[in-house]
Design a protein around this ligand. Structure first.
Ligand SMILES: C[S@@+](CC[C@H](N)C(=O)[O-])C[C@H]1O[C@@H](n2cnc3c(N)ncnc32)[C@H](O)[C@@H]1O
Length: 248
């Protein structure tokens, strides 16, 4: 079978041997060049403590912001496939060619079936739903009671509308009290947006050349040094009203 070529993306390999891509639409790489798979495991699978917490919660509900090449899907499937729990994994994606690419290049997900605007399939204990379209609209069709959120949009300068206070309000409304939201970004503007939306924020790990990242929670206390830093920082709180001006 002739595989469909990517028109909007160029594939690139990263230093851990896994594949990533450059988006011609957004002008940005999907992952840190240090390693797409290792970054995904560090920030999302480990950052959201998926394995430990999925053992205790079935079903375990995960939302990913941005399917991309499906690295988040594949790494989560690999981490959870032998657990007794059911994993419900919903991911948002605006560009259909990426969904076709996952289906055609990964035999595990060859049975992805388009039903209306969604692509769905189940592999063992792993139920995958891909909501095609603008995340800001499709989020209304997302399950609630989320245990983990992989906030993996492009950077705030390239994808500002997926980092605003209003976006994080929406995610907050879908989260369970034990939810962990994780992201590679440590931008002061997005931390301010998360805080104003009611998230508790803490420092995440350093990965590759990036010195920090962010983990957000529904309960507990934010890291005091982050709060002090944000009080002094001139960075704006990203909102739907100023996102247009913030965007490059
Ligand atoms: C950094 S990449 C995600 C990488 C992905 N998690 C992976 O594991 O390969 C960001 C993704 O968000 C998608 N995206 C950007 N803006 C979007 C929007 N408004 N709605 C839905 N998806 C969007 C892009 O097409 C891209 O695939």
């Amino acid at each position: 079978m002739q595989k469909t070529k990517l028109k909007n993306h160029e594939l690139i390999s990263t230093e851990d041997g896994s594949m990533s891509a450059f988006s011609k639409t957004y002008g940005e790489n999907f992952h840190n060049t240090t390693g797409a798979a290792s970054e995904t495991r560090a920030h999302y699978v480990d950052g959201c403590k998926v394995i430990q917490r999925a053992k205790e919660n079935s079903p375990f509900n995960i939302l990913e912001v941005g399917l991309g090449l499906g690295v988040g899907v594949i790494e989560t499937y690999n981490a959870c496939k032998d657990l007794d729990s059911t994993i419900n994994f919903t991911t948002l994606e605006i560009d259909e060619e990426l969904i076709i690419h996952l289906k055609e290049n990964n035999p595990l997900f060859k049975d992805l079936e388009k039903i209306g605007q969604d692509y769905v399939c189940s592999v063992g204990n792993f139920n995958l739903v891909i909501l095609l379209g603008d995340a800001r609209v499709r989020i209304d069709d997302c399950m609630n009671d989320l245990h983990a959120i992989y906030q993996d949009a492009f950077s705030p300068k390239r994808n500002a509308w997926l980092w605003t206070k209003e976006w994080f309000d929406k995610l907050h409304s879908l989260a369970s009290t034990e939810c962990i939201m994780s992201t590679y970004s440590s931008s002061s503007s997005i931390r301010k947006s998360m805080l104003e939306a009611g998230w508790v924020i803490r420092k995440g790990i350093k990965f590759g050349m990036k010195r920090s990242s962010t983990r957000a929670y529904m309960q507990g206390e934010s890291d005091q040094d982050i709060i002090e830093h944000l009080k002094r920082s001139p960075a704006i709180t990203l909102t739907d009203d100023n996102a247009e001006d913030y965007h490059l």
